[in-house]
Design a protein around this ligand. Structure first.
Ligand code: IPE
Ligand code: IPE
Ligand code: MG
Length: 247
């Protein structure tokens, strides 16, 4: 708390849940005449710094979009390089555990390498009881895929007689989303979505959970994104007037 007061102007409302679309790694590398994978490596460093900073600001849930269900369309060597980086960073991400950060993954992991899946499970288990902040890493994540997955889970429940079709409402569906299946915990809706790199779109990120999110776009490329840029996004959020359909 003391930290937070030093970093943000007094009275700043900090979002409970921030989502970040970590975009612009490829362009960052291209600008320097470097291979795209170097951009992903730099982006991974930024991820570490910004995650720690989110915790310092008092954010409770921090979701990062690391790999989408559409990113498999990229050249095989780029996808391989990204998967190699995930494996490497899953070892390093263990540092977060020492900082009392809980780590969860969202997305369809069945398509990922077995070794990566094992590491994901083990990081989740080892950080289960930490509660200063929950970090959700979205890998092979797509909002449409997540909703289809939830619909399927409800269909099975109806088929087995566990519930009636007429009982399906928004809350029942929400309860089947990846973000509601965090080993006994459920992430709240995302309050603020940050997208660097100049693109102004969701690209299939948390399309259900972002129904009432505030959006913050910046032209900064993700590898150049600094703690002060996160603070700027939080301050901008704090000045917004959220109405949720009311007046
Ligand atoms: C985001 O950076 C990382 C992933 C999608 C894995 P990009 O690789 O999309 O970077 P740009 O958009 O090409 O600059
Ligand atoms: C979104 O970025 C996915 C991640 C950052 C993981 P993309 O670079 O894949 O999105 P588009 O293709 O520009 O919409
Ligand atoms: Mg991109």
């Amino acid at each position: 708390m003391a930290d937070k007061q030093n970093l943000l102007p007094a009275g700043t409302k900090v979002p409970e849940h921030i989502g970040v679309i970590m975009d612009g790694n490829g362009r960052w590398a291209k600008k320097r005449g470097l291979p795209r994978k170097v951009g992903h490596r730099e982006g991974a460093q930024t991820f570490r710094t910004i995650t720690r900073h989110a915790k310092k600001l008092g954010v409770k849930y921090f979701t990062v979009y690391a790999f989408s269900t559409e990113n498999w369309k990229r050249p095989k060597d780029e996808v391989e390089a990204i998967m190699d980086l995930f494996e490497k960073y899953l070892d390093e991400v263990r540092d977060f555990i020492e900082e009392n950060i809980r780590i969860c993954f969202i997305g369809d992991r069945s398509m990922l390498r077995e070794r990566l899946q094992q590491k994901m499970r083990s990081v989740e288990e080892d950080s289960l009881h930490f509660d200063s902040m929950t970090l959700l890493i979205a890998i092979n994540y797509g909002g449409r895929d997540e909703i289809a997955h939830a619909a399927r889970a409800l269909a099975y429940k109806v088929q087995s007689g566990e519930m009636e079709a007429s009982e399906i409402d928004a809350l029942a569906l929400e309860n089947e989303l990846y973000t509601s299946k965090l080993d006994g915990d459920k992430a709240p809706d995302v309050d603020l979505v940050i997208r660097p790199s100049g693109e102004q779109r969701l690209s299939n990120f948390m399309i259900w959970q972002a129904a009432y999110a505030e959006f913050y776009y910046t032209n900064i490329l993700w590898p150049d994104f600094k703690p002060k840029d996160l603070e700027a996004a939080v301050i901008a959020y704090s000045d917004r007037h959220r109405r949720f359909g009311g007046i």
